[in-house]
Write a protein that binds this ligand. Structure first.
Ligand code: DLL
Length: 436
């Protein structure tokens, strides 16, 4: 497929040009937050830094980090860097715990957001002839309106379906002839499953590509979605605090997501010492927004774990690429001293022929952490014989133990018994937190 760009000169700019944009924009942003956001001014004073000390992108490490707690402490509008008259949209995110956080956008911020989502759409081959079916939730969540804005700016036919009512999603896919689907990967799996149950072959719908993100998903899951929907599935990354979807986007090479470096600076830091780590080393992803007017955030610790590379990509884009985040530091399970991400368990399950319908339950019994991985059987590996089920459970337990080094109990459950998700899937229930 020929690569299509939305803003070719920017997406293929030289590394020197990108650094020069970043330096110029970082300097301006630091001055903007110093002038308008008391929290940043205080933090910078505490760190002994003034706007004049920030002359280029190399000086970014002099600036203090921002955390979700800072956003909660300044709730709702304490970190806005422009007068409320200039704000034209609010979004919010509650996360799994704690008070929600509120972010704002000026007209210019929305324009940039539309552009970066249009870059994503072009990178998957979408043009004005495409029909973009947006099944991310609309509302305070950024998924729906984010991709919607990109599709509309691109000039594609935008179909604002939002999430839920899966039977209706399928009718629309068929009758309206959607060609690009945008939703969470777990919802894409559910749509594929419903399509199969409906007796519809993927060849009967014109869908050709999907833009899936907002939660971790593995390459094994990508293959199942591609098969189930008869499409090519692409990853998209983003978070409310930074912008929403489109902070980083996958191209046809599918070897990491290009970070929109003309708007965001990415750093990877050691999650314990917060010192920057070299490219290629795994760590916590940190972002700085350098063009946002309403909500420019400085060195935001995302808690997502990933790797960045600046190796050349054959798609022609020059922006650095980040790996699929394997999970968040707060989703990492520490099981008897071993660190495990749910996505690593998912990789094993899918390799062994199961579907990504699973639920991990963690508990503490007699001061010992226990983990039960509930996994759905499917038509290929279904059995109702106790001996057979038990042998399959042991085979999965052995594989998880040998690949990840942790002992878990696997419980095979009947097809369809694990709740399906229409947005972000719940993969873990931690009974320890619920008791505590
Ligand atoms: O999930 C924004 C979004 C909407 C991204 C639609 C992509 C598509 P939040 O609700 O604030 O925003 O959640 C952000 O979701 O810190 C990651 O932990 C996770 N996440 C987002 N995209 C990916 C991805 C949206 N592609 C949090 N892979 C982030 C893995 C992802 N995790």
């Amino acid at each position: 497929m020929a690569e299509i760009y939305w803003q070719k000169e920017i997406e293929t700019a030289s590394p020197e040009q990108i650094r020069s944009w970043q330096s110029e924009r970082l300097v301006k942003t630091v001055q903007r937050v110093w002038d308008n956001v008391p929290m940043y001014r205080e933090r910078m004073k505490e760190a002994g830094v003034e706007p004049g000390d920030i002359k280029s992108v190399d000086d970014i490490t002099k600036l203090p980090f921002t955390t979700k707690q800072d956003l909660r402490d300044t709730y709702p509008y304490g970190m806005f860097a422009c007068p409320m008259e200039d704000v034209v949209r609010l979004h919010a995110s509650s996360g799994t715990t704690g008070k929600q956080i509120v972010v704002g956008y000026t007209r210019n911020d929305l324009d940039i957001w539309d552009d970066i989502c249009a870059r994503q759409l072009c990178a998957v081959g979408a043009t004005t002839s495409d029909k973009v079916h947006v099944s991310y939730g609309y509302g305070l969540f950024t998924g729906g309106l984010g991709l919607h804005g990109g599709a509309q700016k691109l000039g594609a036919v935008t179909i604002p379906v939002s999430s839920g009512n899966t039977a209706r999603q399928i009718t629309i896919l068929k009758d309206f002839g959607s060609t690009v689907l945008c939703c969470t990967p777990s919802y894409a799996m559910y749509i594929a499953e419903t399509l199969a149950a409906d007796g519809t072959s993927p060849d009967e719908i014109p869908l050709k590509a999907g833009i899936f993100g907002a939660e971790p998903w593995t390459n094994e899951m990508r293959r199942q979605i591609e098969k189930g929907l008869g499409i090519k599935a692409y990853d998209v990354y983003g978070l409310t605090e930074i912008m929403g979807p489109g902070v980083a986007y996958e191209c046809s090479e599918q070897r990491g997501m290009h970070v929109n470096e003309d708007h965001f600076i990415i750093e990877i830091v050691d999650p314990d010492t917060f010192e920057p780590v070299p490219d290629g080393t795994q760590g916590e992803i940190v972002f700085t927004c350098i063009t946002k007017e309403a909500f420019p955030i400085i060195r935001y610790r995302t808690k997502d774990i990933g790797v960045v590379t600046r190796e050349k990509c054959s798609c022609g884009r020059t922006f650095a690429r980040m790996s699929k985040p394997m999970g968040r530091t707060d989703d990492m399970l520490i099981i008897r001293g071993v660190n495990v991400f749910p996505s690593q368990i998912e990789t094993v399950l899918l390799k062994m022929g199961y579907t990504p319908n699973y639920l991990i339950e963690v508990d503490r019994v007699n001061n010992l952490d226990t983990v039960v991985v509930n996994v759905e059987m499917n038509s290929d590996n279904f059995s109702d014989t106790v001996a057979h089920i038990s042998a399959s459970e042991h085979a999965l337990e052995d594989e998880i133990k040998s690949l990840l080094g942790v002992a878990v109990d696997v419980k095979l459950v009947s097809p369809g018994s694990i709740q399906r998700s229409q947005g972000k899937a719940v993969r873990v229930i931690d009974h320890r937190k619920l008791h505590g």
